[in-house]
Design a protein around this ligand. Sequence first.
Ligand code: NQM
Length: 356
Amino acid sequence: MNGIPCMLMRGGTSKGAYFLASDLPADASERDELLLRVMGTPDPRQIDGLGGAHPLTSKVAIIAPSEEDDTDVDYLFLQIGVDEPLVTDRQNCGNILAGVAPFAIERGLVPATGGETRVRIRMRNTGSVCTATVATPGGVVAYDGHLAIDGVPGTSGVIPLDFDDLAGSTTGALFPTGATIDEIDGLAATCVDNGMPSVLMRAADLGVAGDEEPSDLEGRADLVERIERIRLAAGERMGLGDVSDATVPKMVLVSEPTAGGALSTRSFIPHRVHTSIGVLGALTVAAGALPEGSAVHDLARLPAAGEPFAIEHPTGRFVVDVAVSSDGGVWRTTRSAALRTARKVFDGTVFPRPRI
Ligand code: NQM
């Protein structure tokens, strides 16, 4: 079996295999079958591949020169199952997005310009656009730097991510059910999509405090079952259709902040619980909490306009910059931005395991 050029990168608090589209089969089903073997899926340990035995480390980014004039590169994100043979493009990933600009520069798709290089990225999963800025002193990507992000040890170089309009990325509207609050399965919920279709619920309404460890929440069969029931119903109401095989919407339990942030979260993504929170997930939670009347608005200690919005999660806080406005009852996002870091872990050749 011939190997395939591949770069393993940490993007934000996640890790994934990055490929040039030209190094993979053009046919999507052939490509997906190959990627399952690259990652070692299906297997709870992904022992025979690159996957890290958790959804946050079983991710793939495929990068190509952009087909559009106003962007530099196209980024397709694929979530790869761990113990199920699943490859899905029905969600995007803002953490893996953090590695896209460095990868594009390293592979020569985008020339480094002076000390800093701006890369316009079209996210093919949703059509949304992000501008990422990478330090490139002497024309070389600088991964080292001084920014610490919670969920990653140490510090790295900052990569600001500044998004064009994200509202309704997958569903067509910031509040895709047409309301900022709904009742689903007897529970108050806010269905919101500012980059990541999500359902925000009050943790207390589900009988939990909201500060539990991810493994504790995953271990509660009654809770997991109820959340999945709500998710399937919410998926239909959000216009996503049958989401039983999709990794969206994400299900976010919200509680009052305990560490000086705006609110506290535990995110089912959708079956494992995130050890921190996704980038687009965080931008979506903030947009969903801001309007008065949302299911979680009253739990939040909202910052003044223009002040950072800190979202607490299981391993710390994630500060996002989000603003929303309403015009005649129609909500839109006027700003979505966040800071991330990324690191090249290895660059080489991956050898997919043979077909079983
Ligand atoms: O919301 C995991 C992650 C994500 C998503 C998930 C993400 C985002 O890698 O932008 O990054 O929700 O499946 O953190």
